[in-house]
Design a protein. Sequence first.
Length: 186
Amino acid sequence: MDTINNALNMINRADFIPEGQTERAEMNIPLPIGHGQTISQPYTVKRMLEWLDAHDGDIVLDVGSGSGWTTALLSHIVGPTGKVYAVERIPELLKVGEENCRKYQVNNAHFYQSDDDVYGLPEKSPYNRILVSASSDKLPEELIDQLTTNAKMVIPVKNDIWEITKKSDGKYEANIHPGFIFVPLV
């Protein structure tokens, strides 16, 4: 929890939103970042990071990295021995996210353009943690396959946030947190 609060205090949300929105950066609301996408409200991001429970040295996949805010936060949380793989389908946002992370000298994050027909980044798996920042209509099993045993994924499914823990038999447990709204996973 202290690591998450420290990351949120060090990584300024205003540096990850377009000009014209910066005066609203401290507000606990989602803000548009272009291309029909948003940067989530700070309360929601903090809760998702708590549920994700990433640790120093973890390998994390950040799906729908958008403007790069969650990528920078995760980079700080996993520290210099950890890695963050950021994937984004919208090329312009991928570029923006990478540029925004450079403001914070993020050296342990790698950015990838995702394919339209592939969820996640299977070639770099397995991951200790996966964070998805857009809503899926159903739980993508192919992302669960990219987790190592006893790993976690936090993903919005419809209007709920699912906290998934992959078990040793390949099955998973889900803890569902209702009452959230996200842009769709494209």
